[in-house]
Design a binder for this molecule. Structure first.
Ligand SMILES: C[S@@+](CC[C@H](N)C(=O)[O-])C[C@H]1O[C@@H](n2cnc3c(N)ncnc32)[C@H](O)[C@@H]1O
Length: 226
C-alpha cells in the first residue's frame, strides 16, 4: 500500500480534546515502558525535548517517572498546546514541563540549544518529509543524547489497516478511529524507516525495533554504536 499523507498539524479543537483524554493511555504506557527499558540509567535530572508533543501526554508521564528532569515540548498546533498547558497546570508540573509553539523544520526557540534526551511519539508519520525529524536530532541533541522515537508502521493493505483499528481500538471515539485509520496509511514501513536512518547517518547509533504489532521504536545514543 502506498503512503497517503495526512495533514501535518492537528489543529482541530476536537482532535485536541480527544488527545487530551484517556483514550491514548495504552499508547503512552508503551512509550514509557520503552523509555524505561531502553534507558534504565538515564540521569534523573536530564533535560528532555519532546518533538510533536501534542497535549503533553508524554511530557507529563516522563516528568512523573523522573522527578528531577525538565521537559520542553514543542508542537505547531495551538489547540493541542492549550490542552497540554492546562494538564501541566493541573498536575502541578509547570516548574518542570514547559510547552512551546514551533513548527519543524523551522528553527525552534527553546530554553536550551541542546538536550540530553530527545523523544517523540506518533509525530514522524505526520511529516511530509520524514528527514525533518531525523535531522532535528542532530540539531537539538547533545553529543551523547538519548533518543527514543516511537511511531506507527504502515500495514501492507487497507484491510490490515481496518483490522488494526478493530482489534486494538474497538471502543475508541469515532474521531480517534478515523485519525488512526489516516495515520496508519500515512505511516512508514520498517524498510522506509531503515532507509531514513541510513540517509541521516544514524544507522550505527539507533536501533530499530518493532515494539507492538503496529509500532516501532528507534532508540539509542547519538554517539554510541548500536
Ligand atoms: C499524532 S500527534 C502526537 C502527539 C503526542 N506526541 C502524543 O503522543 O500524544 C502529532 C502531533 O505532531 C504535531 N505536528 C505535526 N507536524 C508538525 C510540525 N511540522 N512541527 C511541529 N508539530 C507538528 C501535530 O500538531 C500533533 O500535535
Amino acid at each position: 500500500m502506498k503512503r497517503v499523507l495526512e495533514s501535518e498539524l492537528m489543529d482541530d479543537p476536537d482532535q485536541a480534546t480527544v488527545y487530551a483524554g484517556s483514550d491514548l493511555d495504552s499508547a503512552y504506557y508503551l512509550f514509557v515502558w520503552c523509555f524505561q527499558k531502553f534507558f534504565p540509567d538515564l540521569a534523573s535530572e536530564t533535560d528532555i525535548l519532546d518533538l510533536g508533543c501534542g497535549a503533553a501526554g508524554i511530557p507529563l508521564r516522563l516528568a512523573k517517572l523522573l522527578p528531577y528532569c525538565r521537559i520542553d515540548g514543542v508542537d505547531g498546533a495551538d489547540h493541542m498546546l492549550e490542552h497540554g498547558r492546562k494538564a501541566v497546570q493541573n498536575a502541578n508540573l509547570g516548574h518542570r514541563v514547559k510547552l512551546f509553539h514551533g513548527i519543524l523544520p523551522d528553527s525552534l526557540d527553546l530554553p536550551h540549544s541542546h538536550y540530553g534526551a530527545i523523544v517523540s511519539n506518533s509525530f514522524l508519520h505526520h511529516l511530509v518529509d520524514p528527514m525533518v525529524l531525523w535531522n532535528a536530532l542532530g540539531t537539538y541533541g547533545e553529543a551523547n543524547a538519548a533518543i527514543l522515537i516511537v511511531d506507527l508502521i504502515r500495514p501492507s493493505n487497507k484491510e490490515d489497516v481496518q483490522n488494526v483499528i478493530e482489534k486494538y481500538m474497538p471502543d475508541a471515539p469515532p474521531l480517534l478511529r478515523r485519525d488512526m485509520m489516516n495515520s496508519l496509511q500515512a505511516a512508514f514501513t520498517m524498510e522506509e524507516v531503515t532507509a531514513q536512518l541510513q540517509l541521516a547517518g544514524l544507522t550505527e547509533k539507533l536501533r530499530l525495533k518493532r515494539v507492538s504489532p503496529f509500532q516501532f521504536a528507534a532508540y539509542g545514543r547519538l554517539t554510541a554504536d548500536a
